[in-house]
Design a protein around this ligand. Structure first.
Ligand code: SF4
Ligand code: SF4
Length: 467
């Protein structure tokens, strides 16, 4: 039997019919946009500026992968400091938890690089293609010289921003001054070229094409943040009690005269939203907390002569008629944990040994020297972690009289590492048994006279020393 379907149903089955329309946020300014711009400007200044700062004759912030060193201004971290670097990440995570409990997703809306770069790309879109209505018109227009020119300008600007972002990012891993010169002369190494290309493409795709989809589908924070906010957290909310029922009206009409709430249903809050949602439907996972809808709605309230704040930062408790509590156990808990971690991290950095020592015994067995002593070989790995040169002397202490063959000292520049081969020889009569614990000690003749020591083993003949 043939089944009849309507034209509407055919349309609904057409390819792309279920695709969400492209979000074309409308440009709008106001207090929160200015705040976002200020936050973004600080972030850009830090991101693009810090890479060019120098400190003590080297790049101030540099993750030198080949040298296995991570410099942050005066501090240098090595692979053995991994726990301290992990602590930085933990502190950032707890800082984020703290901020989320306090004020919802302010991180997402104001400082998350995904949002900030998306705002920058939206700006590029606006200067090349115009504001929302012009962009929608351009999208629907057939290809023409005008459309091609606008599109080329937009993508060119996006690619330029992406390239600058990528070069700066790679410049935190390889000295940026050399990198820029190498790229300009087309002499960059294969790896550097690959990563610049990779991060250019990643920035272009994330901020230009994927935008809110990254927040919806790729960012884990958006998913678990709802479990962190509580009834007292400040989130961006529509005051339904005040706004509903919604409806248009003349400008001079007071809501009381129309039987309507304060919302004039102008849709401006939806048009400015970068994630294309309607905040009036309640708190949604897709809301990145950018406050663009607050600016938009406040301007409408001003025009209508109503009080601002129909959409505002408010807690669930406040909307239910209660009073928000700022100090609450969860917030205090995160704050104390944050302070504890910052304290532990600072203590860990301040109490890091400035000289590190690692002693490796040669895997080979003992041997007899021409003078009849028993000799073992070692490799002394020593690093000067201080910020100035150190003259270091090497000593060995053991159960009896020992002789050191090899340099008895080494001079290391700040951050320098050295491997010193050394052998220790014992007179057989001073060694009881076939093995003894010995202690290799490094003492600095400069600075605070730091001393480090490590225990190792001295091995003799299995039957005991020959007599
Ligand atoms: S609902 Fe408002 S705060 Fe949330 S993303 Fe949209 S414009 Fe930003
Ligand atoms: S901007 Fe304000 S008045 Fe306009 S639809 Fe949104 S909530 Fe209603």
């Amino acid at each position: 039997m043939t089944q009849l379907i309507s034209a509407k149903q055919i349309d609904a089955c057409a390819p792309g019919a279920h695709a969400k329309p492209k979000i074309q946020p409308r440009y709008f300014t106001g207090f929160f946009r200015r705040l976002r711009m200020a936050g973004g400007a600080v972030l850009f200044a830090l991101y693009f500026g810090v890479a060019w700062l120098n400190w003590g004759g080297r790049q101030a912030v540099l993750w030198d992968l080949s040298g296995k060193e991570f410099h942050i201004f005066a501090a240098t971290f090595w692979p053995e400091d991994l726990i301290l670097l992990s602590a930085i990440l933990l502190i950032c995570a707890f800082g984020l938890f703290f901020i989320t409990v306090l004020a919802g997703r302010v991180w997402c809306g104001y400082t998350c690089p995904q949002s900030v770069w998306t705002w920058l790309f939206l700006w590029a879109e606006r200067v090349t293609e115009g504001d929302r209505s012009k962009r929608i018109k351009l999208d629907n227009a057939p290809l023409s010289f005008h459309k091609f020119g606008r599109r080329t300008a937009k993508h060119g600007l996006w690619l330029l921003i992406s390239l600058l972002t990528a070069v700066t990012f790679v410049g935190y891993f390889t000295p940026i001054r050399d990198l820029v010169v190498d790229i300009a002369l087309l002499e960059a190494s294969g790896w550097a070229a690959f990563w610049v290309f990779f991060f250019t493409a990643a920035t272009y795709l994330n901020a230009g094409w994927l935008r809110e989809k990254v927040c919806f589908h790729m960012c884990p924070y958006g998913r678990f943040q709802s479990s962190m906010v509580d009834a007292d957290s400040l989130v961006i909310t529509y005051d339904a009690e005040r706004g509903d029922p919604r409806g248009s009206r003349r400008k001079d009409q007071k809501p009381s005269a129309t039987g309507l709430g304060d919302c004039i249903d102008c849709q401006l809050c939806v048009q400015v939203c970068p994630t294309g949602i309607d905040i009036r439907d309640g708190l949604q996972m897709e809301c990145i907390g950018c406050a663009a809808c607050i600016d938009a709605c406040d301007s409408i309230m001003d025009k209508m002569g109503y009080d601002r704040g129909l959409i505002r930062y408010a807690s669930e408790r406040e909307l239910d008629g209660g009073e928000s509590r700022i100090l609450r156990p969860r917030l205090i808990g995160y704050f104390l944990l944050l302070i504890l971690m910052i304290g532990l991290f600072s203590w860990g950095v301040a109490s890091r040994p400035l000289i590190t020592l690692d002693v490796e015994r040669d895997r080979g067995m003992y041997r007899f020297t021409s003078s009849g002593q028993i000799e073992n070989s070692y490799l002394i790995k020593v690093r000067n972690k201080s910020s100035s040169a150190r003259h270091l002397v090497i000593d060995v202490a053991g159960p009896g009289r020992s002789t050191i063959q090899g340099p008895d000292g080494v001079v290391l520049a700040a951050g320098e590492k050295a491997e010193v081969p050394m052998s220790v020889a014992y007179d057989p009569e001073t060694l009881s048994g076939n093995r003894a614990d010995i202690r290799v000690q490094i003492r600095s003749l400069d600075g605070a006279g730091e001393t480090v020591a490590e225990k190792t083993t001295f091995v003799g003949p299995a039957s005991g020393p020959a007599r």
